[in-house]
Design a protein around this ligand. Structure first.
Ligand SMILES: [Zn+2]
Length: 202
């Protein structure tokens, strides 16, 4: 095997590149990512535009990764009998715009122009019902388990694409689910390193 010594420029390219993602404005879909369209969405109320990004953590069952269950939950096909934890979830109709899996794979479930059902009862700076005016991004993870480096990279790439496509969004309005539903939700949890995300978005 021949090991190539990277030049300084090549090194910078490999370390600093948040991969580029693009959103097709007409459809609100990320180009080139896996699409698993969810029936769990509806139109944003008239006059509502995306103004807030909500970061979540999810794993099914809790703290187990890699199964098909997030897809199944968001598409209304979660089998109640596959795990005791699923019994409480199967009746709920939920979704998010995007999930970033442990390996950084991005999956889109709802077009960004539509309202995904991710935040539930929630409030941001006095405005209730955050689903109306937010984009929901789930990281596959648990509150107290370190999120993976490719997840930070791809989360930043999705956010950069969103900021480019929707001028009503901004870096200043990115929060965790626990920030808009305190006492009810804890995700993405203390394991999520906000400073890491901020650094990637600079
Ligand atoms: Zn959440």
């Amino acid at each position: 095997m021949i090991l190539k010594v990277l030049t300084r420029t090549e090194r910078m390219q490999t370390t600093s590149a948040v991969s580029l993602l693009k959103i097709e404005p007409a459809t609100g879909l990320l180009v080139g990512v896996r699409q698993v369209l969810s029936p769990h969405f509806d139109a944003r109320p008239s006059g509502s535009v995306p103004e807030l990004i909500v970061v979540h953590g999810i794993s099914l069952p809790p703290n187990e990764f890699g199964g098909p269950w997030i897809d199944r939950l968001f598409t209304g096909n979660l089998p109640v009998d596959a795990h005791p934890y699923f019994r409480n979830l199967a009746s709920g109709r939920v979704s998010a715009h995007v999930v970033v899996r442990r390996n950084g794979q991005v999956v889109q479930y709802v077009p960004f122009g539509e309202r995904a059902w991710h935040a539930g009862q929630s409030q941001y700076r006095g405005r209730v019902g955050c689903n109306d005016f937010s984009v929901g991004i789930e990281l596959e993870g648990g509150d107290d388990i370190a999120y993976m480096e490719p997840q930070y990279q791809q989360l930043a790439a999705v956010i950069a694409a969103l900021l480019a496509a929707y001028p009503t969004l901004s870096r200043e309005h990115i929060v965790g689910h626990s920030d808009v539903a305190p006492g009810r939700k804890t995700d993405p949890g203390p394991a999520f390193e906000w400073r890491k995300l901020t650094a990637l978005l600079r």
